[in-house]
Write a protein that binds this ligand. Structure first.
Ligand code: PXG
Length: 464
């Protein structure tokens, strides 16, 4: 067998990747022709590729490497745990210290009476747990007809059959028979694009009241729960109007339905608090967590569950679980991640240093001829690309054309920013320093300039 290493020529690695590796959310045939970019190592906020280029990672991997790359402590903890106890299950009346310690620490950090953790290997798995848990909860309460979960269009909750059904991504529902029954979607609180003549506050209330209308339409005896990301991430970093979540909370309280906050992106410091629910004043019964929990160093997720739901579920056998629920190595890495976050005061850094500094530079982009609105909360931000300054918000070209060109220019300029349609999004590691923010923003600004020139040259700066 031939050994494949970092020292092979890029073209050979690309050819092997194209021959054998199927990439998620990718047109693999196109990528094979273009050639994949191969990341060989990383340190701090900087990736290195197989050509030796250094790229500033403005997306923290995939919204997860919150402590940055190259953390010796995390590697050491993983190695130690692998030698001590690499695996044991938590199914059959056994437990282990990493899972016990991590569940206890998460319960301390989580607000209110969110005191119980059901572990999984990812955000998708955790949301699948939530679907089964909230339905089973109502069945145990003698209300088995309460099975419908209300979610939102353009929400993202994962890619498994259950979590992909919770999500409201039309492209995902078009493939593979989603959604499963008894999941229904209301509109998203995206004021900039969908607000029409309403003020943000009016629009926030209107979109939240769709939840009430849906509950009344279905009958409250049919509804189990509402799920939402405090701030939509994959949907384009959409920060809801200030009226939205308080009204959602009122409706969930009034009709007695369970509220699930999907904190997979917003959890663990991203918004300047431990949880996005704290930033936005949400009191959920269940939180979905993953990603930043282990700073992306090991796959782990979970559901943080309130006393009432945990007690009801706990009175019966819950026929659910994953081999890797509470995996000791992943749990140990997560626990160490949380310890480092405390020791280095990472949340204070986000709130007092990185956010204010990035905010100045990010909002300055609002003057760029290609940019409409700019949004930033904590260290998750977005901007909309527009064909006309203070005019039309829609390009004549198919949605995503301009976004893709900006993304390509960012990639070519050694900064990672993602595009969602014609929105650009940014979510750097939480430990990013002001100096690194300057590098990131200088490159991003240059990329916008180049993309603007390219769009003009190609006749694409035209409104719909
Ligand atoms: N909930 C939310 C809010 C997420 O953002 C998941 C659940 C699913 O987690 P797992 O660990 O199963 O992937 C996510 C994941 C993107 C992108 O391009 C976002 C995610 C995953 C992949 C790509 O923005 N979020």
């Amino acid at each position: 067998m031939r050994q494949i290493t970092n020292h092979m020529p890029t073209a050979e690695l690309q050819a092997l990747d194209a021959a054998h590796h199927m990439h998620p959310f990718t047109t693999n045939a196109d990528l094979a022709k273009k050639g994949v970019r191969i990341i060989t190592r990383a340190e701090g906020v900087t990736l290195t590729d197989s050509e030796g280029q250094e790229i500033l990672d403005g997306m923290a991997g995939l919204w997860c490497v919150n402590l940055g790359y190259g953390r010796q402590e995390l590697a050491d903890v993983a190695a130690r745990q692998m030698m001590e106890l690499p695996f044991y299950n938590t199914f059959f009346q056994t437990s282990h210290v990493p899972a016990i310690a991590l569940a206890s620490r998460i319960a301390e950090l989580a607000p209110g009476d969110l005191n119980h953790v059901f572990f999984a290997g990812s955000g998708s798995e955790s949301n699948d747990t939530n679907i089964r848990m909230v339905r089973h909860y109502w069945a145990l309460k003698g209300k088995p007809s309460k099975t419908v979960i209300i979610s939102r269009k353009n929400g993202y909750h994962g890619s498994s059959v259950g979590s992909g059904s919770l999500g409201g991504m039309a492209g995902m529902h078009a493939q593979g028979g989603l959604p499963i029954p008894d999941i229904t979607h209301i509109d998203q609180p995206y004021w900039y694009k969908e607000g029409g003549d309403m003020s943000p506050e009016e629009f926030g209330l209107a979109r939240a009241r769709q939840l009430e209308e849906k509950i009344l339409e279905l009958g409250v005896d049919r509804v189990a729960a509402f799920i939402g990301e405090p701030i939509q991430g994959a949907g384009g970093v959409i920060i809801p109007p200030s009226t939205y979540w308080p009204e959602i909370q009122r409706i969930c309280d009034e009709y007695g339905i369970l509220l699930i906050a999907d904190e997979v992106i917003t959890g663990f410091g991203r918004t300047g608090n431990w949880f996005g629910s704290q930033t936005l004043g949400i009191r959920p019964h269940i939180m979905t967590i993953a990603k930043g929990l282990s700073s992306g160093y090991a796959p782990i997720g979970g559901s943080i569950v309130c006393d009432e739901v945990a007690n009801v579920i706990g009175a019966d056998e819950f026929n659910h679980g994953y081999t890797y629920s509470g995996h000791p190595v992943a749990a140990a890495v997560a626990l160490e991640t949380l310890r480092i976050m405390d020791e280095e005061k990472v949340i204070e850094h986000v709130r007092d240093v990185a956010h204010p500094y990035l905010a100045k530079r990010w909002h300055a982009l609002a003057d760029h001829p290609l940019v409409g609105e700019t949004c930033l909360i904590g260290l998750m931000g977005s901007l909309s690309l527009v064909p006309e300054k203070n005019g039309s918000k829609e390009f004549a070209a198919p949605e995503g054309t301009a976004g893709y060109i900006v993304r390509e220019q960012c990639f070519a300029n050694n900064v990672i920013m993602r595009h969602v349609g014609d929105r650009m999004i940014i979510a750097p590691p939480l430990v990013i320093t002001p100096e690194q923010i300057d590098v990131m923003m200088d490159r991003a600004t240059l990329a916008l300039d180049k993309a603007h020139a390219q769009l003009k040259a190609e006749g694409l700066m035209k409104a719909a």
